[in-house]
Design a protein around this ligand. Structure first.
Ligand SMILES: O=C(O)CCC(=O)C(=O)O
Ligand SMILES: [Fe+2]
Length: 202
């Protein structure tokens, strides 16, 4: 049974939207993406490696290195990004729009001890499109702040199968992942957490 929908500071949270079979199908499709476009450890512009490893599917992928954060049409190793899996697109069409598909599916992998600092998602051209997030595997503690950096925040544990729509007035709200509960889920044999975010880039 799916838990009721929540609104946390304008983030629409759909707990347990994906059942176990849907989560497994998504992981299977993502394995194919990762075979074509391996996960890498981005460097922040300040030269520090990020603890989250990532790759992307779609026309654009998100990359970070000494010259900054941006969307790029190629993986750092030179290949084009593989297409966004159909299962993932179907979720976007159900929850966001059939008018336009996302052109990036960013795949974040959080191993033991990985985290993501507070940030806004603001490398896209049009903030009227939401960012749709899907959590798979271990639980992750999402922190939701404000439209400017700092201030009070609220946190929520995201579990495997939870979906979040970050849109409307909350599209530029600061957010981050403080920690994961390593090995809290049996979905991924190696443990860890996958988060997908679907984005309209240009
Ligand atoms: O892992 C998450 O739940 C959030 C990821 C995120 O904020 C991002 O990739 O921009
Ligand atoms: Fe984000």
């Amino acid at each position: 049974m799916t838990a009721p929908e929540l609104d946390l500071r304008g983030f629409r949270i759909l707990p347990g939207l994906l059942d176990r079979a849907a989560q497994e199908a998504m992981v299977k499709a993502l394995r194919e993406v990762v075979q074509a476009a391996p996960v890498f450890s981005p460097q922040t512009p300040y030269g520090k490696p990020m603890t989250v490893r990532m790759t992307s599917a779609g026309r654009y992928g998100w990359v970070a290195d000494r010259s900054g954060y941006r969307y790029a049409e190629r993986h750092p190793e030179g290949m084009a990004w593989p297409p966004i899996p159909d299962h993932v697109l179907a979720l976007w069409r159900d929850l966001v729009s059939v008018e336009r598909d996302p052109d990036c599916c960013l795949i974040n992998y959080y191993g033991e001890g990985a985290r993501m600092g507070m940030h806004q998602d603001r490398d896209e051209a049009d903030f009227s499109w939401p960012v749709l997030s899907v959590s798979l595997g271990d639980e992750g503690l999402l922190r939701i702040g404000n439209r400017t950096r700092g201030g009070r925040s609220e946190s929520i544990w995201l579990r495997s199968g939870d979906v979040v729509v970050m849109g409307g007035d909350a599209r530029l709200t600061y957010h981050g992942v403080d920690r994961i509960k390593f090995a809290s889920s049996t979905l991924l044999p190696q443990g860890g957490r996958i988060n997908l975010t679907l984005r309209v880039v240009d």
